[in-house]
Design a protein around this ligand. Structure first.
Ligand code: NAP
Length: 202
């Protein structure tokens, strides 16, 4: 229970990799704030499974590609317990299609979810947390460095978020807050279900 007493927010934790991260943090003793865009029932199911296993969890909602939702989400998570120690920025990904077919809405949404939300959420976390052992973990993708057709906007945004994390780490390190990016290998989640290997990794 090495995370006993810590509070963690995991974005996009109604399913897939985010749900797995949330369950693990809870098993290690953290109070976990789950988050989903639209699938509240599934997020509530993950929260119930955590509670059934002896952990502690609750659910917040919001579309991170919309306006300042990412800032609001972090503020709401902080307000639940008056503290926030761990921020896992997992929600993301998505195919944009071939670059020659991109329209403004697809570009804006891909950048908003995979880059702008990273910046907004991290900035709010930096403003609010007083934790001497704060942690920000951005879930990136191998596509930030290993290209594939059809995912150019998400890949560019993930690479931008990685650069943001490097800079933020220097700003927040003196406060004991670490900032890291982790790129999972190909993981069979709903995001890649039905897509064809090897272009499936978002
Ligand atoms: P997933 O199964 O599709 O789950 C996505 C989660 O993010 C869901 O909880 C979803 O909420 C939430 N979400 C999606 N769009 C959102 C939005 N606009 N606002 C707020 N929440 C949103 O995805 P996954 O495969 O677990 O991937 C998780 C992360 O790992 C992504 O950042 C992805 O790029 C990265 N990654 C995945 C792989 C892989 O092989 N799976 C590989 C490398 C990196 P709802 O359920 O409410 O829609």
């Amino acid at each position: 229970m090495r995370l006993a007493g810590r509070v963690a927010l995991v974005t996009g934790s109604s399913r897939g990799i985010g749900a797995g991260i949330a369950r693990r943090l809870a098993a290690d003793g953290a109070h976990v704030v789950l988050h989903a865009r639209s699938q509240r029932e599934r997020a509530e199911g993950v929260a119930q499974a955590i509670r059934d296993a002896g952990g502690s969890a609750e659910v917040l909602m919001g579309d991170l590609a919309e306006g300042e939702t990412a800032s609001r989400l972090v503020a709401e998570a902080f307000a639940l317990k008056g503290a926030l120690d761990i921020l896992v920025l997992n929600a993301g990904g998505g195919s944009s299609g071939l670059a020659q077919n991109l329209d403004l809405a697809t570009i804006d949404r891909g950048l908003a979810l995979n880059l702008r939300a990273t910046i907004l959420a991290s900035a709010e976390f930096a403003r609010l947390t007083q934790s001497p052992h704060g942690r920000i973990v951005f879930i990136s993708s191998g596509r930030a460095t290993h290209p594939a057709p059809g995912v150019s906007v998400g890949a560019a945004a993930k690479a931008g978020s990685e650069a943001f994390m490097r800079s933020l780490a220097q700003e927040l390190g003196p406060r004991g807050i670490t900032c890291n990016a982790v790129a999972p290998g190909c993981t069979r989640t709903e995001m890649i279900a039905g897509q064809t290997w090897p272009d499936a990794v978002p």
